[in-house]
Design a protein. Structure first.
Length: 297
């Protein structure tokens, strides 16, 4: 029995060491950096004029020229992939037609920034409900230098009038068992109204001792008439461990909290422990048979 315990301890130590040495990867940065990446306008009035701006920076090592243009913004179900186009693709993507620019082309040297200004002129007869658009920042070729070809600045707005706000949290899910990182939570959202709404999310991960090891706040848009499932995740979770995970979501005053223990147990460790248990049970059975045989004699 002592030998079996020592073997199991060695396997556990090796498993922890292997899981701690898993590599991490970082995504390569873009040549054209936009900040911020979107604008959320809670409510616009028909006939209203609204101005806005964002910053574009050349983070590469060569000069580049880019121009801007407003396009319709929609999404493709079921994965909520962005779809850009012109002209407007639906009644909720007319916003692109209302955007104008005092300047549409710039040349930036390495590490140089500029401000892109835009104006939204809402027609007096605009219908109430969601509107969305994207300003595409397209770079022109600079010889044979490879650069990011375009970057998007998204604009979400709700127009006052006959609006229906009906976005809801349907479900929050946290898996109890995982074979490997990351730890992920899933949030199912619905929106039967005609306005785009935004969530407020917070994911907290604690050890069994109560120490917070990861915490992140996030926000996702739920487009009018478009149900959505979103994830929050901790990519830096170790390869083995037990954690208390809490996911909080707020949407239009509706709040939902869920907390659960999450076990991260690699599949190979489960197999090893299963084999050791089978070996242990086998030894116990054999020992019991041997004792019974000796008594019969």
């Amino acid at each position: 029995m002592k030998t079996t315990s020592k073997i199991l301890g060695c396997f556990l130590a090796i498993a922890i060491a292997l899981s701690a040495s898993l590599p991490a990867f970082a995504a390569e940065g873009r040549k054209l950096l936009i900040s911020p990446i979107e604008s959320r306008i809670t409510m616009l009035q028909p006939g209203q004029q609204q101005t806005g701006e964002y910053t574009v920076k050349n983070t590469g090592d060569v000069a580049l020229t880019f121009d801007v243009r407003a396009e319709a913004l929609d999404i493709q179900m079921p994965n909520y992939a962005d779809v850009y186009g012109e002209p407007a693709m639906s009644s909720a993507t007319l916003l692109a037609n209302w955007i104008s620019f005092p300047q549409t082309e710039w040349t930036l040297q390495p590490d140089q920034s500029t401000t892109v200004a835009y104006t939204i002129n809402v027609p007096s007869g605009a219908a109430g409900g969601a509107q969305r658009a994207v300003i595409m920042n397209r770079m022109k070729s600079e010889g044979t230098v490879a650069v990011e070809r375009q970057a998007a600045f998204k604009i979400f707005a709700n127009i006052s009038g006959n609006t229906r706000v009906n976005a809801k949290i349907a479900k929050v899910s946290i898996p109890a068992f995982l074979f490997r990182a990351p730890i992920k939570t899933k949030i199912d959202l619905t929106n039967d109204g005609n306005t785009d709404e935004w969530t407020e999310e917070k994911m907290t991960v604690k050890t069994l001792g109560g120490e917070t090891v990861y915490e992140e706040e996030n926000s996702h848009v739920v487009l009018a008439g478009k149900p959505r499932t979103v994830e929050n995740r901790w990519d830096g979770a170790p390869g083995i461990g037990i954690f208390r995970v809490t996911q909080t979501v707020n949407l239009n005053g509706q709040e939902m909290d869920k907390s659960s223990l999450v076990f991260i147990v690699p599949l190979y460790l489960i197999i090893i422990v299963g084999l050791l248990l089978a070996l242990l049970i086998g030894r116990i059975v054999i020992s019991a048979r041997n004792r019974k045989t000796r008594r019969v004699r």
